[in-house]
Design a protein around this ligand. Sequence first.
Ligand code: PEP
Ligand code: MG
Length: 838
Amino acid sequence: MSTFNASGLLPRELVHLDARVADKADAIRQATGLLTAAGCVRPAFEASMLRREAAADTFLGKGIAIPHGMVDERELIQRDGIAVLQVRDGVEWNAGQRAHLVVAIAARSDAHIGILRRLTRLMADDARLAMLARTDDPDALIRALAGVEVAPDEADAPAEDFARRFDWVVDYPSGLHARPATEWAETARRFAARVRVRHGAEAADARNLIALLQLGLRYGDTVTVSADGPDAADALATLRIVLAGLSAREKADAEKAERKRRAAAGAWQPPGAAEAVTGVGASPGLAIGRLHRLHAGPMVVPDEPVDLVEAADRLHGALARARDELRAVADDTSRRLGAADAAIFRAQAELLNDPALITLASQHLVEGHGVAWAWHAAVEETAGRLASLGNAVLAGRATDLRDVGHRVLAQIDPALARPAAAEVPAGSILVAEDLTPSDTAGLDAERVVGIVTAQGGPTSHTAILARTLGLPAVVGAGAALAALEAGAPAIVDGSGGRLFLAPSDADLASARAWIAAEEARRAQAAEARALPARTRDGHSVSIGANINLADQAAFAIAQGAEGVGLMRTEFLFLERGETPSEEDQYQAYKAMADALQGRPLVIRALDIGGDKQVAHLELPREENPFLGVRGARLLLRRPELLVPQIRALYRAGRDGAPISVMFPMITSAAELLALRETCERIREELQAPKLPLGIMIEVPSAALLAADLAQHADFFSIGTNDLTQYTLAIDRQNPVLAPEADSLHPAVLRLIGLTVQGAHMHGRWVGVCGGLAGDPHGAALLAGLGVDELSMTPRDIPAVKERLRAAELPALQALARQALAAPDAAAVRALADGGEGA
Ligand code: PEP
Ligand code: MG
């Protein structure tokens, strides 16, 4: 590892905080002024820097510019140094690119590369960059460029605690695995303080997910969490709440897994003595198929070196796109499979923030390797280290790291993308060394009937996803798999953890009978799901699904959806890395309508802002994005986003699709009227039929004005996720306050009651498409409040239907009245146990 230390190059007098600069040339002038005053360069260096600007692009990305002189004018440098201008409002560096940190480099030696490496590492840390762009502490910048706080240094340091500290006993039954560790790291990163977690002689920087996981914490281990820095006390207080706050969920998850394991215990037994490969049952069920081998052979990544600045750009571009993609995958997984499974991909995104990994990749770049090669080598080295520690949890993370590594690799060079697992023949039992969560989440359940892997454990993310997908899976079956013949018939038993080879006719017949009995049981359940959500006394509530992709429609319908109550369109923008054209959008909307075969479809106009940031739109940074230009506010300010989307929607409507259009984040009638006007103009241009135009009720002002808004809106859909956040003033992403952000709060329910009254006054229907709709108790209350439609994640539909079908309307209304009069959310929740009207 290089011994380069930037701190000697960057004394305090070379840091200028809150610099006021007129333009790029002025920024370069001021930075050179600092370097000249410190005796680093001659005044003529300024002209050399400006010549360099004309010859090459020095914008590194993410708000950092690195002006430097011409290579052949190094004699103007008297001693190495760097000057940093912090420009809080940013200065335009190139068209559309603003620099917030101008790092002027005067380096005769290879110090330039060292600085770039620090910057490369820093650029992987958005939160820290944002903090540096506005910090009042010059030392924060010096530390960042000197890299003294990052993991490798931390790992080398003796395991000592900082002065402020607390001890905590790990009470997570599965130990500290990736999902809770991600939340620890995310919390620690919100503070400027250095936070250390120590177990015995081992310590980790709490911001570094991999370092935390490497502690290998198990149930019952005692850790010391200590912090140092201006906000150390706050950081520790918050961490203490987060650490303990996750215990309940961890225990519940462990119990659920145990219940599933016990339910799967009655495994099938073959009548004959079929040869079997034994592993560990990871997902229950029995399937007959033919073996299909996936990803044979190691990956060959070419080494094609490029200029270092370009290399850094390419790596960081790929990391950013991979992060966007993971956000979209998490979003999609949460709609399809649920929030717990989506957390797998959030945890994966966190792996990309590991400074040690980025540093390793940067070092390979600095050594002169190509971008793809450097990244792949860094991932393999890190994953290999994790896998060799003899800890099943860490071995699982190695798989995650390789998975996420491939995602980045495909972004660096699309030719390196691995073939999709979807290209397998129908009726396949997939046999693989290991399967990544991405492979598993992307499996086509129509073609794949089961999974067998040589490696992996039952708690791996792949196993979790297989269970959610309902695919029988055996993991950890070992080297015996390598000898199996592709295409051979087999029976996979995910409950007993066995793969039966060369099954006899009797074995096959017995397995078929077992599968048929299982299917009959499932069909019975499906029949119940297809029944309407009608109470015993005949009151019906419409049931919709929240899905984004046409290929999710069949599953939603199978779960009992009668249509789509919320198609979020953000994913179209998130997944591509560019704004989709009108034609692309038209195709996506039409595909969804086709997949629904005449069922109603509510498509929500783009809801960007708040937690949904789209990098390529380059929206200005806001202090409080949830209170900023998001949803309808953004649409009204960006006609280039609004108009193509509305045109695409009306074109789909002109084809006969039963589409309703819904606008997010409406706070006033004026916004709605302006949007209606645009819609009407476009409709006339296209000579399309009228489409119902509705709004989301997500802010208290809209709920309070529901009766007025109902005069202009054809329908309402209540977004309880945002309505709860804005009513209770709790950021929906804040992990500390998460337990209090309860949509069952009587204040939220009263606003929902007002919304229903206002809508019904004008004969409009009201739906709920936020998370509350998918909670059986919440759904009962909403039905009692008079809500006409509930739209939810498809998997939530059966339980909601069952709850409503067992009820009678007057009892639900009485339940709602009790809830409205309750003092707090806990009291409303307690009503679930008392039964309606009790
Ligand atoms: C909501 O806010 O409840 C909602 C459905 O919208 P989103 O979760 O997409 O913000
Ligand atoms: Mg919302």
